[in-house]
Design a protein around this ligand. Structure first.
Ligand code: ASP
Length: 428
């Protein structure tokens, strides 16, 4: 079949384009022989997501443990860790600042000089979400860091508490090299073997990505339609333009100036992962593809990517941090809150801290936004204002999250002296 000869990212892109009319035409109720298309989209999309999620726990553990053990000396590990954290914190902060500037300039929460709360109303009444986000305040930030050290790693893995799992794996990998060579070698071979098996399964699952992406996007389109966007158009545009500045200007500049690589080649190399991030709205679920693209297409070593990427999928969320800031500012504007330096500083700090703890799953930032609203004294109902467009923005911010992780891998690999990254022959 001709279609199968197309490169994967083209297949995914075509699937995505077809998903728009499919979702719009079918809506929630269209169907054949008593089966709605929506149910089919839901089934296929969930199957694909499940297959990706199934890989995450063994992939994170095996990748971090074998990655750390393979780094060797603790000074090399310290240097890599330091660079990684510095990259993550600074890019998240840059993203928040881009969002802050645009939300102040565009002021989407103010219409004709008036706070827009009345006009927007609390148009969407979604009890599920409100139940999920209620009862959160600034104290939750401490909870995020408490969960980093899990009481029970099996429970942490089962509950998707990736931070806890990552922390344990980091320790395990580090101390694995401190036992006698005979034991260390067996363990290294085992974990590296698990990692290789996981990557092979990933390659196999990825072949179904065009179908999964089609189903997931068609389901979102069928659910959302276009009507929801009108009242929130300015908010939507503010988030989108801020994400675009970060994605097309800030991150490529870092690639160019610090990584000294060709940014355009990196977009090409990462295309399958970016499109999957967009469709799944989950950076955790996309991690297998991110690893695959960064290693195979961009040519970053396994040593760097197996440390930087799993960590980044949980800790580094530029798009999320930016969104939290813009959303909190928008809601504050809409409620007519005086937005002085102190309030804006609180929003920026909390957006940075909570984005570290936010899980890489769909709609995870809503809880973080609830924490921010609670600490600047706004009612949680404010979140209801943005729900109608949250999913589509979630798709966009997740792509930015994944892209920033991948740029981190490239930049750090270059700082570590790696050659041959994003050469013409390695780019997909
Ligand atoms: N969906 C995002 C992610 O997985 C998290 C969020 O912003 O809600 O990266």
């Amino acid at each position: 079949m001709r279609l199968l000869q197309l490169k994967l990212h083209w297949q995914i892109l075509i699937a995505l384009l077809f998903a728009l009319p499919a979702g719009l035409l079918s809506g929630r109720d269209g169907g054949l022989f008593g089966v709605t298309f929506y149910a089919v989209f839901d089934f296929v999309g969930t199957l694909f997501l499940n297959a990706l999620k199934m890989l995450i726990v063994p992939l994170i553990m095996a990748s971090i443990i074998s990655g750390i053990a393979g780094i060797g000396s603790s000074s090399a590990l310290g240097r890599l860790g330091g660079r990684t954290l510095l990259y993550y914190l600074s890019t998240s902060l840059l993203a928040i600042l881009v969002g802050l500037v645009l939300v102040n300039l565009i002021a989407p929460g103010i219409v004709n000089g008036e706070p827009a709360q009345q006009r927007l109303g609390l148009a969407v009444d979604n009890h599920d979400v409100m139940d999920k986000v209620s009862g959160h305040g600034a104290g939750d930030v401490v909870g995020v860091f408490l969960r980093m050290v899990p009481v029970n790693i099996v429970a942490a893995a089962a509950d998707g508490q990736m931070l806890g799992l990552i922390f344990f794996s980091l320790l395990y990998g580090y101390f694995m090299t401190r036992i006698g060579t005979a034991y260390a070698e067996v363990q290294y071979n085992f974990w590296h073997g698990v990692f290789k098996v996981m990557m092979l399964i990933t390659e196999w699952v990825i072949r179904f990505a065009p179908f999964g992406v089609f189903a997931l996007v068609a389901r979102v389109v069928a659910d959302t339609g276009f009507a929801a966007f009108a009242p929130l158009a300015w908010f939507f545009l503010t988030v989108l333009s801020a994400l675009a500045v970060h994605f097309f200007v800030v991150l490529p500049l870092l690639l160019r100036l610090i990584g000294r690589v060709h940014p355009w080649r990196h977009y090409k190399a990462m295309a399958p992962a970016l499109l999957t991030a967009f469709s799944t709205a989950s950076s955790s679920a996309t991690l297998p593809l991110t690893l695959e693209c960064v290693e195979k297409n961009a040519g970053v070593s396994n040593r760097t990517s197996s440390f930087v990427l799993p960590l980044g999928a949980t800790v580094n969320m530029d798009g999320t941090a930016l969104y939290e800031c813009v959303a909190a500012m928008f809601i504050a504007q809409a409620y007519g809150l005086e937005l002085g330096f102190a309030v804006q500083f609180t929003i920026v700090t909390l957006a940075l801290l909570t984005s570290i703890g936010v899980a890489g799953v769909p709609a995870a930032s809503l809880v973080a936004i609830a924490i921010i609203l609670g600490s600047i004294g706004l009612p949680l109902e404010g979140i209801a204002m943005i729900l109608a467009v949250d999913r589509v923005l979630d798709m966009c911010r997740t792509a930015v999250n994944v892209y920033s992780d991948s740029c981190g891998a490239v930049v750090i690999a270059r700082l570590e002296g790696e050659e041959g990254i994003l050469q013409e022959k390695t780019a997909a």
